[in-house]
Design a protein around this ligand. Structure first.
Ligand code: SF4
Length: 170
């Protein structure tokens, strides 16, 4: 049984890392952050501007910061901009989680993943199966961040470029 407190700590960033490395989720949740890559932050901001122009609105919903837009038809769309589709699976999961959280608040929304450098977008929807999966993922993350000790490091294909590499493998 996971506590409400642990559940309230789950956010989009942790869902993103959950699909990549469970140890990273624990480290991020403990605010053990690797050094910031200023270039990456700058590129991220530029890509956001290119993807949305002036249309987007950043909205805080509980512990989430969402890029929201409304289509001419009146649909609510949550956008997420990524530098590349290399982590597309994580990005889909993160965006699905946002839709899941909005649904819990009574808001039906669609998701749109932007890959500006690849000049493509991808639609993400929350169906019943996806909502059930997100409920499970949320619980797993909550249980993971509540653990006293970090998940042991297990070498994976993402380690080589991971900002925590020094911490895990020095
Ligand atoms: S270096 Fe590897 S094991 Fe360590 S946090 Fe990064 S991905 Fe996970």
């Amino acid at each position: 049984m996971v506590s409400e407190d642990s559940l309230s700590r789950v956010n989009g960033t942790l869902v993103w890392y959950w699909a990549i490395c469970k140890r990273q989720v624990w480290l991020m949740a403990r605010q053990i952050t690797p050094s910031h890559d200023d270039d990456n932050l700058r590129i991220g901001r530029t890509l956001h501007e290119e993807a949305y122009g002036r249309d987007r609105k950043e909205v805080r919903v509980e512990n989430l910061a969402l890029d929201l837009m409304r289509t001419p038809e009146g649909d609510v769309v949550v956008g997420e901009v990524k530098k590349s589709s290399r982590y597309a699976e994580s990005a889909r999961l993160q965006l699905t989680y946002y839709l899941y959280r909005l649904q819990k608040l009574g808001v039906t929304a669609k998701g749109r993943l932007h890959f500006p450098l690849e000049r493509r977008t991808e639609e993400v929807v929350l169906d019943e199966a996806a909502a059930e999966r997100m409920a499970e993922v949320e619980k797993e993350i909550a249980a993971l961040v509540a653990k006293e000790d970090p998940v042991p490091a297990v070498w994976c294909k993402w380690c080589r470029k991971c900002a925590y590499r020094e911490l895990c493998w020095a």
